[in-house]
Write a protein that binds this ligand. Structure first.
Ligand code: HEC
Length: 127
């Protein structure tokens, strides 16, 4: 009888250890998956966040609520010579007309990243 109880105890302990082991494996592999998934996407996510926090107010979906023609669609960017990271960065840094300057609000890297984001969004027509 005693040995049966002991066996049960041992089984329970064994099961517990097994379960914990699985949980640990599961958690670890989740971390591994999360790591590979976030590393390449980080730059884009940050630029998208910068855009929605600073630009989307006027440029929602790549439009322009103030000067409709000066939107962020490929056609307009080409027409106004804004189809390069350098030119967009320059505009964002210094502002123009009603569009504010961002040199005191965003880092140089953030401005470059958000400019690249504008170009890549324009390529897919903001969809
Ligand atoms: C307060 C509204 C406002 C905000 C906020 C704003 N813009 Fe603008 N943006 C404008 C206006 C107005 C123009 C047109 C400027 C001009 O040429 O007179 C413009 C022009 C542009 C252009 C050139 C578009 C073209 O077709 O020539 C780009 C690129 C641009 N903005 C990107 C951005 C980015 C990136 C941000 C955020 C960092 C931003 N804008 C924030 C109002 C805004």
């Amino acid at each position: 009888m005693i040995s049966l109880i002991n066996l049960k105890k041992n089984l329970t302990v064994a099961l517990l250890i097994l379960t914990l082991g699985f949980v640990e494996i599961a958690t670890n592999s989740q971390i591994a998956i999360a790591d590979t998934a976030t590393t390449p996407a980080t730059a884009t996510a940050t630029a998208a966040e910068v855009f929605s926090a600073n630009c989307a107010g006027c440029h929602i979906n790549g439009g322009n609520i103030i000067r409709r023609g000066k939107n962020l669609k490929q056609k307009a960017l080409k027409k106004y010579g804004m189809d390069s990271i350098a030119n967009i960065s320059n505009l964002v840094t210094n502002g123009k007309g009603i569009m504010p300057a961002y040199k005191d609000r965003l880092s140089e890297q953030q401005i470059i990243d958000v400019s690249a984001y504008v170009l890549s969004q324009a390529e897919t027509d903001w969809k």
